[in-house]
Design a protein around this ligand. Sequence first.
Ligand code: FES
Ligand SMILES: [Fe+2]
Length: 428
Amino acid sequence: MLKKEQNDLVCATGPGTPMGQLFRSYWLPVLHADDLPENECPPVRVKILSERLLAFRDTQGKYGLIDEFCAHRGVSLWFGRNEENGLRCPYHGWKYNTEGQCIEVPSEAPESGFCQKIKLKSYPLVKRGPVLWAYMGPPEKQPPLPEWEFAMVPPEQVYVSKRWQECNWLQAMEGGIDSSHVSFLHRGDLGHDPLFKGAKGNEYNLKDMRPVFEVVESEGGLYIGARRNAENGNYYWRITPWVMPCFTMIPPRADHPIHGHFWVPMDDENCWAWSYDFHPTRALSEREVNDMKEGLGIHCKYVPGTFRPAANKDNDYLMDRAAQKAGRYYSGIAGFAIQDSSLQESMGPICDRTKENLVSTDNGIIMARHRLMRAAKALVDKGVTPPGIDPEHQKVRSASIVLKPEQAFKDAAKDALTSQLGKSHATV
Ligand code: FES
Ligand SMILES: [Fe+2]
């Protein structure tokens, strides 16, 4: 449970808020590299941390992320003409470069120097792996580029999708930390989904419905360990890393690609659920990539031409009561992604955490919330650099592993929980 002031603090990420300042300390995923496929391609609207921005790629291939609206009289530059190293507003022809600098005002004589005085807000936007990342904080604090393993492996080893989720980012991310829901909400899919099925770990998952949770701090966030009974008195551990502010990684199953998420606020009542799948040592197979494109695993199908899931709140997420009764889908909703989004959106646009009744399986969530609030306060009050910015903090892995009962997971699985490019991962 949180007090109302705490809930307000941790959910609000607009400009000038403490959590907004925290988020603006990191490189955040904002677009697929494919969204800007070539030089002078159409610009793309980006809403992130309650700011309305526009991304474009100029004649030289430079990426820009600038204020969406023209400095003249506020027209959306989404209508702009992407031509000769700049984006030109179609209303009166003012032109801007990727840094937001106005480089031409046709109505004014160039000697007047008028256009040099006009500059739109702009943020650096860079490609790393299959994603374009933005940094929206003070330029003097810009951190090194991110080194998440999914963004560092060769391109044939990774697949990334994003979907619009219609609720605050935190309740979405809390689903990524809370692995206790897997034995319930997703149980019907563990045995069927081609990107999950066939793992020995699934049997442990389904047999032991009372996992014991153990959460330990990592440099950048937390490792959330869920312990279930295996054979001969041993324990099956599923270990989920959370790295500040909004990165989670699902423990692997057999030789399937590893799945995980980034939960990025669009505004306080909407977020982007980024979903990545990568394999540390091999290319994804054609079948795997096709399944991901079809919306299987942690991905989803869309309303055509949008990133809104086809199953959404306007159609009750295509609830199937017969499948719920038969146990095919525990909640009656198909697919991991929509099983999660339907329930998280049902909490309301911003979950009221003053009314919760938390139990021991919620320890990871409790610790993550407090770590976020502590880091935001330390940043705002004392300028302390938050955890998770240092690329070393980002070199984490999830793991599923069988350990002897006397072994503490944080020591016994230490290697397995550290990403090592090109090395295989620990999975059951
Ligand atoms: S509103 Fe953009 S040039 Fe006039
Ligand atoms: Fe889930």
